[in-house]
Design a protein around this ligand. Structure first.
Ligand SMILES: Cc1ncc(COP(=O)(O)O)c(C=O)c1O
Length: 358
């Protein structure tokens, strides 16, 4: 019926190919150094990362995974503000371990923004102990890493204003939403605010395990003044820094944020056409190359069956059968003709699901 392959990598080429020059050259020079050895590559990569997140005069540390970056960011907030409680969305995924992995109520105040209309007299923010909150860890996909829903600008700006009024900080968790995923360099840029700390992972290494925590100067100064000590073996490794530097350079030279935005808009239009045609589709939504197609549970329709039919035809997408949607976050290099193939395939699967057309 229809065939295709979706690559999960961000750019999907160049760095992960075996002939990649930057990685080979760096492997031959030096891969790893102890945490006490400064290296010019980490300095250069830090300048690139800080420039990219809009914190010109800050500091940056490189780690290996997104979980490490978010957990370190959380530790930094607690240390700098001396407040152990952090605010985040109940649905946001933060880390595989540590305090950010546990999200225990002693350390995190979880807020369900899906319940909140935040218009007129909405009292959704009542009950948040603002004075105790050290910082808001904002995952700009809302629950984007899961269901691709985006909280309103007004809601986020109100939360940030309240947190900052009480001396709290804003950290953006850009592990999923960073590096052009949502059509801008970073997800927080849809909200017209500047975080104090930004955690970046995934796309920063384009498949290679490197992540970063960028912080502004006031945070860095307070942190250093506090005697905070953090060390792990693979911190500011030259190889990871060389990869991050190259990925950022490729993004800039080849304009991947803009290209991803345009491809995402094309993709969304196609999904919206399907939503208009098939009654079983409840909604098509997305921001850049982070998209979802949500179905109405009705009759014998099964989201899992749509997922399986796509897989059988060579399209591997994310699915949450219990919540009735498919999620699409393919590589930014995805070609329009591959999107067309996917849409044709989906169209015929939905038609065959017997739901008819509007
Ligand atoms: C929003 C978000 N934060 C943090 C993480 C953790 O990153 P990692 O799996 O690289 O440790 C993920 C991973 O999927 C994520 O989606």
């Amino acid at each position: 019926m229809c065939r295709g392959v979706l690559s999960p990598a961000v750019l999907g080429r160049r760095l992960i190919l075996p002939d990649n020059r930057i990685m080979k050259e760096q492997i031959e020079r030096v891969i790893h150094l102890g945490t006490r050895y400064p290296n010019s590559l980490s300095e250069d990569a830090a300048i690139d990362v800080l420039g990219m997140v809009g914190i010109e005069d800050g500091k940056c540390v490189f780690l290996s995974s997104g979980s490490e970056a978010v957990e370190l960011g959380a530790q930094i907030i607690r240390r700098v503000t001396d407040k152990p409680l952090l605010l985040t969305f109940a649905s946001s995924y933060l880390a595989a371990f540590g305090s950010a992995g546990r999200k225990s109520k002693e350390e995190w105040h979880l807020f369900d923004w899906n319940l909140c209309t935040h218009v007129g007299s909405c009292d959704c923010l009542d009950g948040i102990p603002w004075q105790d909150i050290g910082g808001f860890v904002f995952e700009p996909g809302g629950s984007g890493s899961e269901s691709v829903r985006f909280p309103s600008r007004r809601l986020i700006q109100d939360i940030v204003a309240q947190v900052r009024q009480q001396g709290g900080l804003l950290m953006a968790n850009e592990i999923t939403t960073g590096m052009g995923r949502t059509g801008k360099w970073f997800g927080f840029q849809h909200y017209d605010l500047q975080p104090d700390i930004v955690a970046i992972g995934k796309g920063l290494g384009n498949g290679y395990p490197v992540s970063a925590v960028a912080m502004d100067r006031p945070v860095a100064e307070k942190l250093e003044g506090s005697g905070f000590h953090y060390a792990q073996s693979h911190q500011n490794d030259p190889l990871g820094c060389a990869v991050a530097k190259e990925v950022i350079a490729v993004f800039r030279e080849e304009n991947w944020v803009e290209k991803g935005r345009a491809t995402g808009a094309y993709f969304l239009e196609g999904l919206q056409r399907l939503a208009g045609k098939h009654a079983v589709v409840k909604e098509a939504r997305g921001r850049g190359m982070l998209l979802a197609l949500e179905f109405r549970p009705q009759g014998g329709f099964s989201t899992a069956a749509v997922f399986q039919a796509l897989l059988k035809n060579g399209f591997f997408v994310a699915s949450s059968p219990t919540r009735n949607f498919l999620r699409f976050d393919p590589c930014l290099t995805m070609e329009k003709r591959d999107i067309d193939d996917l849409l044709v395939c989906l169209d015929s699967i939905l038609a065959a699901a017997g739901e008819g057309t509007r």
